[in-house]
Ligand binder design. Structure first.
Ligand code: AFP
Length: 314
């Protein structure tokens, strides 16, 4: 049962660092998570005041980078390099692993500003982070020791898990992240769906599955931002997000290391499920840093039903 913060309750004035300390989390892991939380303050400022134009460069997927992508990447990278506890860094905005300190206990991969193309139409965007022990960032998602995201919306919120539940914090007037929800749990099935990708390129199995959701009265909630769309399902405890295999993109669009693994970790920690339609996202062994995969993620029964349609119809 998700614990929700009654206004003024002392338990829920706990800030992020104290929550990690009370969870007796490893000090170096606490350092990484708190450094990322601190970096978000500079990213917020960049979003609000920064140049929304193109940076004149492209990322490892060949996509044009926005100045905000490059700036957000630089902010996070600098904080990780100076943290003193990070071995390697991998960003969606760069094309190779950055070796920081062979003695660093953790390695971090991040999408510094996912959905950045939505900023110029004033929609919510986010930072997505995945953390592994050691220096290997091509491990399966099952080996993550922590995952988190920061959502830059009407409010700035932070969601993290280190394997002992999923917890939400919101930024207060002092730009501190204070606990708002603890041990978030998804219902077995939901009533909203977020269908990514072009519907006319869905395979028969996905098309039949989505039609079955609509016949059951599921409401469509899709913003084009992975972080706000997942956050809505997580906090409402209800629904499924899909960016499936498409006729012209059998691997879908979303990135395994930077987007799918961290969200799959968080959703499974909240009692949900994350699948390619045929296997668990967290069991995929990445072959390269730019791997993509189809995804059906959210309430367990909703994902299992999707898997049944994909198994039967493709
Ligand atoms: P950008 O980071 O290029 O804006 O893409 C955002 C994203 O990776 C993810 O946040 C969304 O869920 C997905 O793409 C939306 O893709 P479509 O625009 O094809 O629906």
């Amino acid at each position: 049962m998700t614990a929700i913060s009654p206004p003024g309750s002392t338990k829920f004035q706990i800030d992020l660092r104290r929550h990690l300390r009370e969870e007796e989390e490893d000090r170096d892991l606490t350092r990484v998570i708190c450094e990322i939380a601190d970096a978000s303050k500079y990213i917020i400022n960049a979003i609000r005041t920064g140049d929304l134009g193109l940076a004149g460069t492209s990322n490892l997927y060949g996509e044009n980078q926005l100045a905000l992508d490059v700036l957000s990447d630089r902010i996070l990278r600098k904080r990780m390099i100076h943290s003193g506890v990070v071995a390697n860094i991998l960003s969606e905005e760069t094309s190779e692993v950055i070796e920081v300190d062979p003695g660093g206990k953790y390695s971090v991969a991040f999408d510094p500003l996912d959905g950045s193309s939505l900023v110029d139409v004033n929609l919510a965007v986010g930072t997505i982070v995945t953390i592994y022990e050691g220096s290997d960032l091509l491990q399966s998602g099952r080996n993550q020791v922590a995952a988190m995201y920061i959502l830059y919306g009407p409010r700035t919120s932070l969601v993290y898990s280190t394997g002992r539940g999923v917890h939400e914090f919101c930024m207060n007037q002092l730009m501190e992240f204070t606990l708002t929800k603890e041990n978030i749990q998804l219902q077995p099935s939901g009533n909203i769906y977020a269908p990514g990708g072009q519907r006319n390129l869905y395979t028969e199995g996905t098309e039949k599955y989505v039609s079955s959701l609509e016949e059951k009265g599921y409401k469509l909630r899709y913003s084009g931002g992975f972080v706000p769309d997942i956050n809505q399902i997580l906090l409402k405890g209800s629904g499924i997000f899909l960016y499936p295999h498409l006729r012209d993109k059998p691997k879908g669009k979303l990135r395994l290391i930077f987007e799918l693994n961290p969200m799959a970790y968080l959703i499974e920690q909240a009692g949900g499920k994350a699948s390619t339609g045929r296997q668990s996202i967290l069991d995929i062994k990445p072959e390269s840093i730019d791997d993509c995969a189809p995804i059906f993620i959210g309430c367990r029964e909703d994902v299992e039903r999707a898997e049944e349609y994909i198994a039967r119809y493709g």
